[in-house]
Design a binder for this molecule. Sequence first.
Ligand code: HEM
Length: 518
Amino acid sequence: MEQLGQYTINNEKKAGLTTNQGLKMAEDEFSLKAGVRGPTLMEDFHFREKMTHFDHERIPERVVHARGVGAHGVFQLYESLADYTKADFLTNPSKTTPVFVRFSTVQGSRGSSDTVRDVRGFATKFYTDEGNFDLVGNNMPVFFIQDAIKFPDFVHAVKPEPHNEIPQGASAHDTFWDFIGQNSESAHMIMWHMSDRAIPRSLRMMEGFGVHTFRLVNADGQAHFVKFHWKPALGVHSLVWDEAQRIAGKNPDFHRQDLYEAIEKGDYPEWELGLQLIPEEDEHSFDFDILDPTKLWPEEEVPVKLVGKMTLNRNVDNFFAETEQVAFHPGHVVPGIDFSNDPLLQGRLFSYTDTQLSRLGGPNFHQIPINQPVCPFHNNQRDGMHQMTIHHGQTSYHRNGLNGNQPETVPADQGGYEHYQEKIDGRKIRGRSESFHDFYSQAKLFYNSLTSHEQQHIKDAFSFELGKCKSDMVKANAISLINHIDRQLAEGVAANIGAPVPEENYEVQSAKVSPALS
Ligand code: HEM
């Protein structure tokens, strides 16, 4: 990867071992002592430097998606998409765009196991000549919630419970299922989560989805809504649950090892990039809201157009420097790609930089080699923790009279980014649009599209997971949610875990104590 090359350092023997100040050291195995059996001396700067650096080797893991594996590769466009977008990497088939992909699980910590039942992250950084475009997606096409303000609640429910940090690495617990039972909007996603999609056989055999609706804008200013897809050349394949559990015990690195070894032996994994496109004027032509991230766009209604191929062809040289320090952000876009008003996406646009400021130690993490664009970047930002650049000159502000060489903005027709001028007219409110209220139709469609053995796997998964919950109320609420999707499935799960099947008019229960009484 060209942007990394200049920073690569080989620990070559011939250079000799030095301190970080460049001082050659004559000894690296014994600390400086007052007599061979005496105490270590404070003046041993070499010992102190070596130990201090070691003491600070760990950085915080990602608040979600902590466990991941990354690889480099290339993206090749098939033919120009100029009718839809002005993005250079999507209009110029003669260009090969370098990419970096990080796959991840969502719930577990950095040291958790690869084959647990979970959503998989599928994040791609395209190093385009116009700046980095990040497609920060998952291996499932929808999400648990509709509004970003619920994300901290959702993740608190998913993560190990706060009082005892149990359970690690699996979703089978009361807080997770309580959240699902209390939030009917998660009905569609929970069906994907209980399906075989949540236990992929290999990362090379997973689809990827941008989930949100984005916008493509062409050079004439015409817009299409778009959903992004990755289609794996090897097809979609899953483990079965028993297999997944055994592998988790025997080889927690199963997926990362599979990816690493395939790339090492030249068996490069490939995905085709697919686009679903809806002209802006057709925004309201569907029986669901195209901004709702709990809904997919049925491929029979909006076909996926395959537009290019991504090949992962190089493993990282250093896991920490690359896979751990990479910073993806759904707000990293290039001219010709813009956002929609999906309320989940809108919140993500804030969250990623914010979390990376603390995870990667201040505002200069874009200077970490894996995060740098291949095109130059200049602006008037300065200073900050871990500043790696020596900026020259007296001025660091836009529109100054002293320095003619100060970076200037670039007009849109010469490649400057311009936001799509969508007309917005509405009242400031908190709430959910009526058009977001159908929680069950697509969950039913998904379940009904499965073969009988896939449906059996879903029943087994619900039974395994809910069977581990302690609270009868949590189980009843969850089975009631399933009941809205499929009566037989709800009956089957209830029978398996010895719980009653709720009535059709069951109302979600809660042990909440009124704030006035508590
Ligand atoms: C990682 C927030 C929804 C995909 C993260 C991280 C945060 C976050 C804070 C850690 C980033 C880091 O430390 O670098 C949110 C919020 C969401 C949301 C606030 C909803 C409001 C989603 C959705 C998807 C997604 C819907 C999929 C479309 C990912 C992926 C990563 C990630 C793939 C891992 C990136 C990597 O490999 O470094 N998210 N997320 N997230 N998120 Fe989200």
